[in-house]
Ligand binder design. Structure first.
Ligand code: NAD
Length: 246
């Protein structure tokens, strides 16, 4: 990925930050997008300590305005983009009879609207060098999960959008999707606190006997983005310790 330039939404923590680290180490210039300046500054310090090239963009990608802001900053001085990772996301458990309109809107905007509109606003910036998009969905997009129907619906939409976008943007831009199982990030730590489970009970449902590490999903993101993977588009890839291997 040397000399490649691109954007990772949700790149200030968890899976997005782990992917940013690998890409920067590989010689890419990465723009990490997040909403919290303090988190952004801390992530940027981690990324650039080895003299890597990275920038932080403060934006809320669940709004069109936020996506336009990212495009304006990244595209400044005719800056071209070789990759986009749509990783920003929200998770919350709610029984179906307790779903509220505001939570539905927050979930769909964070997971679906962000993916669609960041993709749209990046299109004019994409290089001629077979750019690549990776969308992050979830195992919940592929099979039923308890207590998270709106999250599952939002990630199912990301899978469907990936396939349609791969067709619409071919042969120019490759678009693929990764569906992680549980991964030890701040999102899962919050889930453990709010859901009242333990790490051991979460791990027990995995054929590999544990949940994932952010670096393990990050490796797959980098592999899919790489030009060495130039024949892959419209693919939906599981990185889930065998959870959906039934
Ligand atoms: P995380 O909370 O560490 O990272 C998500 C990041 O997205 C956070 O920094 C958050 O602030 C940011 N974000 C959310 N909404 C945003 C917005 N509107 N604008 C800008 N930034 C926003 O969690 P993670 O586990 O690294 O999650 C990354 C992606 O992976 C998410 O899409 C999540 O749904 C997906 N995922 C995670 C798991 C898991 O178990 N951790 C499993 C399956 C899928």
């Amino acid at each position: 990925m040397e000399e490649k330039r691109g954007v990772i939404s949700g790149g200030t923590s968890g899976i997005g930050l782990a992917a940013a680290k690998l890409l920067v180490r590989d010689g890419a210039h990465v723009f990490i997008v997040g909403r919290d300046d303090q988190k952004g500054a801390a992530a940027l310090a981690e990324l650039t300590e080895g003299k890597g090239r990275a920038d932080y963009v403060q934006a809320d990608v669940s709004t069109l305005e936020g996506c336009r802001k990212v495009a304006e900053i990244v595209g400044h001085h005719d800056g071209k983009v070789d990759f986009l990772v749509n990783c920003a996301g929200r998770y919350k458990e709610q029984p179906i009879d307790e779903i509220t309109e505001s939570e539905y809107d927050a979930m769909m905007n964070a997971n679906v609207k962000s993916t669609i509109f960041l993709t749209k606003t990046m299109i004019p910036l994409f290089s001629e060098n077979q750019p690549s998009i990776v969308n992050i969905a979830s195992d919940a997009a592929l099979e039923g999960n308890y207590g998270c129907a709106v999250y599952a619906a939002s990630k199912g939409a990301v899978v469907a959008f990936t396939r349609a976008a791969a067709l619409d943007l071919s042969p120019w831009v490759r678009v693929n999707c990764i569906c992680p199982g549980d991964v030890d990030t701040p999102l899962v730590q919050k889930q453990l606190e709010e859901g009242g489970y333990t790490m051991a009970s979460m791990a027990s449902i995995y054929p590999l006997g544990r949940i994932g590490r952010p670096e393990e999903v990050a490796h797959m993101i980098c592999s899919v983005l790489s030009p060495l993977n130039g024949f892959m588009t419209g693919a939906i890839l599981s990185v889930d310790g065998g959870l959906t291997a039934k």
